[in-house]
Design a protein around this ligand. Structure first.
Ligand code: NAG
Ligand code: NAG
Ligand code: NAG
Ligand code: NAG
Ligand code: NAG
Ligand code: NAG
Length: 326
């Protein structure tokens, strides 16, 4: 009985004064459209800056913080105004986002110098350890002088800085595609003046190709570059006396130590007096070797010639070896 009484009492009270929730419901039934507009406005006010300011900023920050390391760079089939490029590089990033990076054109330069070419970088995903391969791409030189400067810097330095610049498209999940600045300067090992260069010469008077000596050249290459330099000619002199030229045919400089055959023409009228004048017990003569040209498919390759010519190599030639086999 008493339970029923309570229920009735409550029912009466409800009719007389609507409860809080009933009033809320009534309010929304009448004003739902105003709330919907308010909600949409709030969502847009929060989401739009996130999508159009926050996301591009985060994406740009992550791209700027990412690293790039060049694992190999192969320059082949050179001509005065272009070459073939194969390059492998690895992306480093600690971002939790792994957006797609669209294929883009990257301007390449020696950091601080004019751009020498544009390279097409294939589409990839920005993730730690992702390998990006540039395969068999013919690269046209837009500034051959700048590339000669680059080649010379590679030849003459222990390290050089390669700059890569572009504006790739980037897309993360369902978010819109945006563009970011890709501006990376990669420090790479150079040829370091071919330090450690060595030469071994044997007189070979019976050759029928106009030369009179043969031998091997030892060329250390501490970089990750593989360079097809074609037929390389080097001027050989000793203490200011021009002795002749040595020829390295189809020189391909691989990373690491290279031992390559060479032939030479040495002017005996000049060489023998030098050997004859050697003091008792001295078995070496100083040689100065400077590259004078790189010729590939009959064309001189100015950028390789410039790099070779910039580097004067000084070695001691063991004359016992020279005469041993003559
Ligand atoms: C790339 O960054 C370097 C160093 O921060 C800067 O000097 C250069 O102007 C930048 N390149 C471009 C095209 O913005
Ligand atoms: C180099 O010359 C020596 C003679 O001095 C000869 O015995 C040798 O076969 C030659 N080597 C080559 C690769 O021509
Ligand atoms: C090098 O040449 C100069 C003269 O040109 C001479 O005085 C000097 O003795 C030479 N040195 C050697 C090691 O032959
Ligand atoms: C290259 O040759 C140098 C000198 O002979 C030697 O010290 C070095 O270990 C060699 N490097 C490789 C990778 O074989
Ligand atoms: C060799 O040297 C002599 C003496 O300097 C010179 O007269 C001659 O022309 C040179 N020969 C060649 C083929 O360069
Ligand atoms: C180097 O010279 C030889 C002989 O003249 C030639 O057969 C060869 O094709 C040349 N190599 C290159 C890469 O031009």
């Amino acid at each position: 009985m008493s339970d029923k009484a309570v229920v009735e009492e409550v029912a009466v009270a409800t009719t007389a004064k609507p409860s809080f929730w009933t009033r809320v419901k009534a309010h929304f039934r009448k004003w739902w459209w105003a709330h919907l507009i308010a909600l949409v406005v709030v969502v847009l006010v929060v989401a739009l800056p996130l999508v159009y300011v926050g996301y591009p900023n985060i994406a740009q920050g992550d791209i700027s913080d990412s690293t790039l390391s060049v694992e190999s760079m192969v320059i082949s089939d050179p001509s005065p105004d272009r070459f073939q490029l194969n390059q492998r590089q690895v992306i480093g990033t600690d971002s939790i986002f792994h957006p797609k990076i669209y294929e883009f054109d990257a301007e390449v330069s020696l950091a601080g110098s004019p751009v020498f070419a544009t390279v097409t970088v294939p589409s990839t995903r920005a993730d730690d350890g992702v390998v990006v391969d540039i395969n068999d791409q013919y690269v046209d030189l837009t500034d051959a002088d700048a590339f000669a400067g680059f080649s010379t810097a590679v030849m003459m330095n222990e390290e050089f800085e390669l700059n890569i610049y572009g504006r790739p498209g980037l897309k993360l999940g369902a978010l819109p595609k945006i563009h970011v600045n890709y501006n990376k300067t990669v420090t790479m090992k150079g040829l370091n003046r071919l330090q450690g260069f060595g030469i071994e010469v044997h007189l070979d008077p019976d050759r029928d190709d106009g030369n009179n000596a043969n031998g091997t050249v030892f060329i250390p290459n501490p970089s990750v570059l593989q360079l097809s330099m074609g037929n390389v000619t080097m001027d050989v002199s000793s203490n200011g006396t021009a002795l002749g030229q040595s020829f390295l045919n189809d020189l391909v400089l691989n990373p690491g130590n290279n031992t390559v055959p060479m032939v030479a023409f040495l002017n005996n009228t000049r060489l023998f007096p030098i050997l004859g004048a050697l003091p008792e017990g001295v078995t070496t003569i100083p040689l100065t070797i400077v590259g004078s040209s790189s010729v590939y498919n009959g064309e001189e390759i100015p950028y390789f010639t410039a790099a070779l010519a910039a580097n004067t190599l000084n070695v001691d030639l063991d004359i016992l070896e020279v005469l041993e086999s003559s």
